[in-house]
Design a protein around this ligand. Structure first.
Ligand SMILES: *[C@@H]1O[C@H](CO)[C@@H](O)[C@H](O)[C@H]1NC(C)=O
Ligand SMILES: *[C@@H]1O[C@H](CO)[C@@H](O)[C@H](O)[C@H]1NC(C)=O
Ligand SMILES: *[C@@H]1O[C@H](CO)[C@@H](O)[C@H](O)[C@H]1NC(C)=O
Ligand SMILES: *[C@@H]1O[C@H](CO)[C@@H](O)[C@H](O)[C@H]1NC(C)=O
Ligand SMILES: *[C@@H]1O[C@H](CO)[C@@H](O)[C@H](O)[C@H]1NC(C)=O
Ligand SMILES: *[C@@H]1O[C@H](CO)[C@@H](O)[C@H](O)[C@H]1NC(C)=O
Ligand SMILES: *[C@@H]1O[C@H](CO)[C@@H](O)[C@H](O)[C@H]1NC(C)=O
Ligand SMILES: *[C@@H]1O[C@H](CO)[C@@H](O)[C@H](O)[C@H]1NC(C)=O
Length: 474
């Protein structure tokens, strides 16, 4: 009895010791997370993006940071300034030759990257005083040697598909007013389709990264996927419109917590078209957000993130009602690949989604008309003119683009005759949870790949100018 007891208490002691160690390590990790979360939003985003090798699956939907390749290897990629790189890299180097003597010696590993935010970024509200010594150094792109390449690329193709309308009082006509005249281009192409599958277009657009161009997507993939988009429905947003009224009225529904308990469902559904984005769950929230989805917008990346993060809340698949069409925001080759596979009834043959069957996401009853892809010129135009951000003057610029919700709302403004916006960020956003479908209050987190504050200010301006009707709940 006694020896037995003695042994087990010894084992117990050891167990306790191990437990203590484990919880100590756990505490350290938890503390680290807390430090990161308490950093100012931009710092936090940079820090997290360096910590996380593959963060595309775990981050919030619209706040997701771009993949590690996009962030950490592009702007600071040293290879380009050194010797005989691959053609793709040398091209890259021309565009972002902001590498210095110091950075060229660096490898793109996490610890060695050294970035310091420019002054503007530091001004944002800080968390508690504890901050890790993250020596991140953002070079000022404007101080580097000028290159012939114009990063912003503020020149665009033209397209008249959405210019004409029978509506006598299109609200977007107000975009021609003085306040917006430096931003608005009436003939900006909104969608891309077969017409754009031209090698000259490829040469022009492959210079721009992410959603702003075709960089990193081969000509073969662009050509094949865009060639499949050969119907009116691919070129024109409202191919199902039968002229019921002179003006096309759209409701664009963001996922903001402001919609929780709003009772706006009926009003939203009474529009001619209802636009939704990313993790938009309607089931169980019909009274407040409506149930129709005419257009559903995502990028392949945000779609995968939504399924991952909001699956347990009920986002199990993209909306698939008979009226639903998909408005894709293409920021990788993944987006062209998923469309190509979906429309050819094949399995995705390469890239991140290799081996996946698109019918798993969109069902088997797909037609060409189901897909509309936003044009890179449109995305660049939004970034440059409507949501230009100081980050574009830094090495971190490649990660920045308007959020998916902002892109969709602005796409609606450029195509619909009248636009009402619900669930977008308003100055009273702190009163509401991040999303209307959150089960407990979650504050809105700002990451550096989008600028939600700037977006919020833009919605206010557009509302005050009568371009949109913004739901503000006050
Ligand atoms: C690199 O360093 C050398 C000497 O340290 C200097 O002469 C040269 O101008 C530097 N080059 C650049 C691009 O800064
Ligand atoms: C941060 O680390 C660098 C070297 O990595 C060091 O030179 C600097 O003094 C540190 N700053 C603080 C505030 O600890
Ligand atoms: C970055 O460039 C701007 C001009 O566009 C300049 O005002 C600013 O001082 C520069 N910042 C640094 C850190 O060089
Ligand atoms: C535009 O005109 C229609 C009637 O032609 C009217 O019902 C609608 O309220 C007007 N909209 C705006 C925003 O002025
Ligand atoms: C582009 O794709 C189409 C259809 O897939 C094909 O017929 C054509 O030859 C391709 N063009 C080029 C230049 O590759
Ligand atoms: C679009 O292309 C498909 C083949 O990819 C073809 O079957 C169809 O007839 C084309 N539609 C139009 C309107 O040209
Ligand atoms: C497939 O689509 C057609 C027309 O878009 C529709 O009539 C039909 O009901 C759909 N079938 C299924 C199983 O959803
Ligand atoms: C949603 O609103 C209800 C009251 O209408 C509130 O009790 C609940 O906490 C809100 N949900 C979130 C996530 O904020």
């Amino acid at each position: 009895m006694t020896p037995h007891l003695y042994i087990s208490s010894k084992i117990l002691m050891k167990l306790l010791l191990v437990l203590c160690l484990v919880s100590l390590i756990g505490l350290l990790f938890a503390h680290k997370e807390q430090i990161v979360d308490n950093l100012s939003p931009r710092w936090s985003a940079y820090y997290k993006s360096y910590l996380t090798k593959d963060n595309s699956g775990s981050e919030e939907i619209d706040e997701q940071l771009v993949t590690s390749t996009q962030f950490s290897t592009k702007p600071l990629q040293p290879k380009a300034t050194t010797t005989a790189p691959s053609p793709k890299l040398s091209e890259k180097g021309k565009e972002t030759s902001m590498t210095t003597n110091k950075t060229t010696k660096m490898t793109p590993t996490l610890q060695k990257v050294s970035i310091k935010p420019i002054d503007k970024l530091v001004e944002l509200p800080h968390g508690p005083t504890q901050r890790p010594n993250v020596t991140l150094k953002l070079q000022n792109a404007s101080t580097r040697k000028s290159t012939t390449f114009n990063y912003l690329g503020d020149k665009y193709a033209t397209d008249e598909t959405h210019v004409n309308s029978k509506c006598p009082n299109r609200t977007r006509d107000k975009l021609g007013s003085k306040e917006f005249q430096d931003m608005f281009l009436e003939k900006i192409p909104v969608l891309q389709w077969k017409k754009h599958a031209q090698e000259s277009e490829y040469q022009r657009l492959k210079k721009y990264n992410g959603a702003q161009g075709w960089m990193g997507v081969t000509w073969e993939i662009i050509n094949e996927s865009l060639n499949l988009l050969n119907s009116t429905g691919n070129a024109y947003m409202f191919d199902t419109w039968r002229g019921q009224r002179p003006c096309i009225r759209c409701a664009v529904v963001g996922n903001g917590g402001i919609l929780n308990g709003s009772g706006m469902g009926q009003e939203i559904d009474s529009h001619d078209y209802v636009f939704r984005v990313n993790g938009a769950i309607t089931k169980g929230f019909e009274k407040h957000v409506g149930e129709r989805t005419s257009f559903f917008s995502f990028s392949t990346n945000t779609l995968m993130n939504s399924l991952y993060s909001y699956g347990n809340k009920g986002f199990k698949m993209v909306p698939r009602t008979p009226e639903t069409r998909y408005v894709i925001l293409p920021d990788h080759d993944r987006d062209y690949l998923i469309v190509r596979a979906a429309l050819t009834n094949t399995i995705i043959d390469r890239g991140r989604e290799k081996g996946k069957d698109p019918s798993r996401y969109f069902g088997k009853n797909l037609t060409t008309e189901h897909f509309k892809i936003l044009h890179p010129d449109f995305m660049r135009y939004l970034r440059n003119r409507f949501l230009n951000d100081p980050i574009l003057k830094t090495a971190g610029r490649d990660i920045y683009r308007p959020s998916t919700g902002a892109s969709l709302l602005l796409a609606a403004i450029h195509t619909c005759d009248q636009v009402s916006a619900y669930g977008f960020m308003t100055p009273n956003y702190k009163k509401f949870s991040d999303h209307y479908f959150d089960s407990t209050y979650k504050r809105v987190i700002f990451y550096s790949n989008h600028n939600f504050r700037k977006e919020m200010i833009l919605w206010q301006k557009l509302h005050n100018a009568g371009v949109i009707k913004l739901y503000m709940r006050d």
